[in-house]
Design a protein around this ligand. Structure first.
Ligand code: ADP
Ligand code: ADP
Ligand code: SF4
Ligand code: SF4
Length: 614
């Protein structure tokens, strides 16, 4: 037998499977069925005519995988030993999770991995919201005794024992904050009071600046405000298990730091804290240990052994897990910056000198009802990406609308170098309710029909690489937050424009997707000689995506000042100085790491005014 006995996994993505639009090619090609000696794949009336694969009979030839016109089938061969470690499976041909992260008392355990590899599933099991079926979907679900036996001798057994005996109280911050206004009604103050078992909610709320919106109804909150409200509500519970699923989406950098400190503080003696996070600077800061989830998104996920945070993040970026001898991807994710001479210099010189100028501005003052925006001097050049750092409500959109001529400054001037400057905008917050009831294909086609032409560079860049081809027929209102984000970014980039304004394109995306989006932005602006302003609160991605950095400072909702675009290093240094934190470079991967406050490096870098030592 070749390579020993393998565990065969057949998973069908029922969202992609469309028996009305195919001729059951999957069933027609199956050699087991054709031989007449058995049935490996069959149309199942219980699942509306969609196929079911019987793993016992299937020989894993993968002919059905190749035959399906909608890429709906995965056939995976895994080491047989894993079968002993199956934790949960969603249905006969559903996603399967192997192993679990191990919660540790008094510590923060971070989870890192691609979307669709089972992080939320693992958290729901550890929260006691989903009873694990040990991968058994037929023959009755296992009793807790059997589940406890499975984890015998490990810390998980102790944990589950406490969970089953009702000794663990769990507080769980869900991933998609947009869903909250549908479930919770009322004012922020009242909701927080209800959650406040520890008598800390109002104080925490003030610390994160939520006091300004105490009297607002939850339906009026922005994404960032919802996020902060939920985090404060969870921290206010008198629980011993605290779970945070993507706590930094929609928060600006300063808010991320505050939130990370609060979450780290929840790891009191006797309390378990678990966090899923794709902003690696935040994950690094907040976690004591990390588990990496790997596998085939949508088909199966395996939880790695625990790694120290630094090592875990590094091996994840390098794409190879030494403890399990597993390669995650062909290429490492690198954060090496181009050599200094290749970096753009100040306006008028360096790389921009040879580039198409798009629009310039000087000394702007824009007065809106209750909000004033001012600016220094600068210009945007074709082919460059400007990373924009600044809180929500500070005037970034107002600035771009002024450049486009939609708002008139009362002082200063805008110098357009192209006629009728076209702007394409991806807003920060995309609530499903605000979307048309259309399919992904219709949304993309409306942005630019060329994106759908197979083989075109737009199609390759924005549909194939972002893996949107499988979503084309889905209605946008049914998409997950991460899927919606990719569609919104692709639509914004597909439009023909001179300036792209992308407000937090990385929210809900995993690390690979963030890097993929950053590359797509870069290719689009270079090919079209356009400029992009990318509002980014993930430090690593901000550094990665930017040719220059522009800071917007002031008081959100009252006044904002747009600083002149600066070289990346200088911009990052000023940004961190304003935030009062220092960052060092990880020697192995080049990624930025936040220094702990008061640590030796922190004090040394502050003394030298070296806030960004990367
Ligand atoms: P992650 O949090 O890593 O993105 P999830 O745990 O949310 O991953 O999901 C892993 C896979 O499990 C997804 O591909 C999804 O298709 C599948 N899945 C999640 N919940 C269910 C469910 N209730 N029923 C069937 N499949 C599910
Ligand atoms: P950002 O893009 O940085 O989140 P915006 O430019 O959208 O910020 O908004 C900055 C501030 O200006 C906000 O307080 C917003 O409410 C206010 N604002 C935006 N447009 C108008 C307008 N047309 N009239 C009055 N106030 C406005
Ligand atoms: Fe058709 Fe593919 Fe579904 Fe089979 S799996 S029924 S080929 S869409
Ligand atoms: Fe049939 Fe081969 Fe598909 Fe298994 S992998 S269901 S044997 S075609």
């Amino acid at each position: 037998m070749q390579g020993g006995l393998r565990l065969r996994l057949a998973v069908i993505d029922y969202d992609s499977c469309k028996p009305k639009k195919c001729s059951y090619e999957c069933i027609a090609v199956c050699p087991v069925n054709k031989s007449g000696r058995g049935v490996a794949i069959d149309a199942d009336m219980a699942s509306r005519g969609k196929p079911v694969i019987y793993e016992d009979a299937c020989i894993g030839c993968a002919l059905c995988v190749k035959a399906c016109p909608f890429d709906a089938i995965y056939i995976v061969n895994l080491p047989m030993e894993l079968e002993e470690e199956a934790v949960h499976r969603y249905g006969v041909n559903g996603f399967k999770l192997f192993r679990l992260p191990i919660p540790r008392e008094g510590q923060v355990v971070g989870l890192l991995g691609r979307n669709g590899t089972g992080k939320t599933t693992a958290l729901r099991i550890l929260a006691g919201e989903l009873k694990p079926n040990l991968g058994r979907v037929e023959g009755g679900e296992p009793e807790w005794d059997e589940i406890l036996k499975r984890f015998r001798g490990s810390e998980l057994q102790t944990y589950f024992r406490k969970l089953v005996d009702g000794k663990l109280r769990v507080a769980h911050k869900i991933q998609y904050v947009e869903l909250v206004p549908r479930r919770l009604k009322g004012r922020v103050r009242d909701l927080l009071k209800r959650a406040d078992e520890r008598g800390v909610a109002l104080e925490l709320a003030e610390q994160v600046g939520l006091d300004k919106v105490f009297d607002r109804d939850v339906r009026q909150l922005s994404g960032g405000e919802l996020q902060k409200m939920l985090i404060v509500a969870v921290l206010s519970r008198d629980a011993n298990v605290y779970i945070f699923d993507e706590p930094s989406s929609y928060l600006d950098i300063r808010e991320r730091m505050r939130m990370a400190r609060l979450i780290a503080g929840a790891a009191r003696p006797g309390a378990y804290v678990m966090v899923v996070e794709h902003d690696l600077a935040v994950l690094d800061y907040v976690s004591d240990l990390v588990h990496i989830l790997y596998g085939e998104p949508g088909a199966y996920g395996i939880v790695s052994k625990p790694y120290s945070t630094r090592e875990g993040i590094n091996v994840f970026l390098q794409g190879y897990l030494p403890a399990e001898n597993i390669r995650l991807r062909k290429e490492p994710i690198l954060f090496r910056k181009p050599a200094p001479e290749a970096q753009p210099a100040a306006p008028g010189g360096g790389r921009q000198a040879s580039r198409r100028r798009i629009v310039g501005w000087t000394g702007l003052r824009v007065a809106l009802d209750g909000f004033t925006l001012t600016s220094g001097e600068g210009a945007l050049y074709g082919g460059e990406v400007i990373g924009v750092a600044g809180p929500n409500g500070i005037g970034k959109t107002t600035f771009v609308r002024t450049l486009a001529g939609a708002l008139k400054p009362v002082e200063g001037a805008v110098y357009p170098y192209v006629e009728d400057l076209r702007v394409s905008y991806k807003p920060q917050y995309i609530s499903p309710e605000s979307l048309p009831d259309a399919t992904v294909e219709q949304v993309l086609k409306a942005a630019n029909p060329a994106i759908l032409a197979p083989g075109s560079w737009l199609n390759l860049e924005l549909v194939k690489r972002m893996r949107l081809d499988k979503l084309l027929e889905r209605r946008v209102r049914t998409l997950s937050g991460g899927e919606l984000q990719k569609v919104a970014v692709a639509a914004a980039l597909a439009r023909e424009a001179d300036v792209y304004l992308l407000d937090e394109p990385s929210a809900y995306l995993d690390v690979e997707e963030r890097v993929g989006v950053a590359r797509a932005i870069r290719r689009i602006v270079e090919t079209r000689e356009a400029a992009a302003l990318v509002v980014e609160h993930d430090l690593m991605i901000l550094d990665y995506v930017s040719d220059r950095i522009m800071l917007v400072t002031g008081e959100p909702g009252v006044r904002g000042h747009v600083d002149d675009p600066r070289p990346v290093k200088e911009g990052m240094n000023l940004l961190l100085q304003n935030l009062g934190v220092t960052v060092r470079k990880d020697e192995q991967t080049g990624r930025p790491r936040l220094n702990k406050e008061g640590s030796y490096l922190d004090r040394m870098q502050r003394a030298r005014k070296l806030y960004y030592a990367v």
